[in-house]
Design a protein around this ligand. Structure first.
Ligand code: HEC
Length: 148
């Protein structure tokens, strides 16, 4: 557990916030930041340190950072008329809103948090299945026409 906490500290600077996305590169950066924050949150929800207020507080900060990055990606997609992809982001933001409520409970509820994490992961995965191509081996990229 001590190792886990040290890991959290070292990773504190993960997920960078992008207020504006203006091109495909910016979109990929916003997604990379989203993925960094998400990895830290989802691991914390599964571990014993979830019971610490500081860990849940860090999760709330990261949820806000994810919302900032996903909202910037959403604006870019909306400006490009990508209505279905915008819906995918909206579904993810709604699931994140549910997780935020659970993380903010005064009495930690780890099983509810696990369900909240699953709902967000499902939303991410649905959008990736529809709008991303590639594999772990080759690397992933947006489907042609989405960003460029
Ligand atoms: C618009 C629907 C959409 C949603 C919703 C979405 N993504 Fe993505 N994501 C993409 C696309 C498209 C790419 C590929 C971007 C590129 O060309 O590099 C991507 C790329 C990524 C990457 C970069 C590495 C990789 O595997 O491609 C990460 C990490 C990532 N997303 C995490 C997430 C997480 C975590 C969530 C949910 C909290 C999420 N995304 C939600 C569309 C989405």
């Amino acid at each position: 557990m001590v190792g886990g906490l040290a890991g959290l500290g070292a990773a504190a600077q993960a997920g960078k916030e992008r207020v504006a996305v203006t091109d495909a590169r910016g979109f990929a950066d916003a997604m990379a930041g989203t993925g960094d924050d998400w990895g830290i949150i989802s691991r914390a929800v599964e571990g014993p340190s979830y019971l610490l207020n500081s860990v849940r507080g860090d999760g709330l900060t990261r949820v806000e950072q994810m919302r900032t990055n996903l909202s910037a990606a959403r604006r870019f997609l909306s400006d490009r008329g990508q209505a279905e992809a915008v819906q995918g982001i909206d579904r993810t933001l709604a699931a994140l809103g549910g997780l935020r409520v659970v993380l903010a409970l005064a009495e930690p509820d780890q099983s509810a948090a696990g369900e909240g994490v699953d709902a967000v992961s499902d939303a991410c995965a649905a959008c990736h299945a529809r709008f991303r191509e590639g594999s772990e081996q080759t690397g992933f990229r947006a489907r042609p026409g989405l960003l460029e």
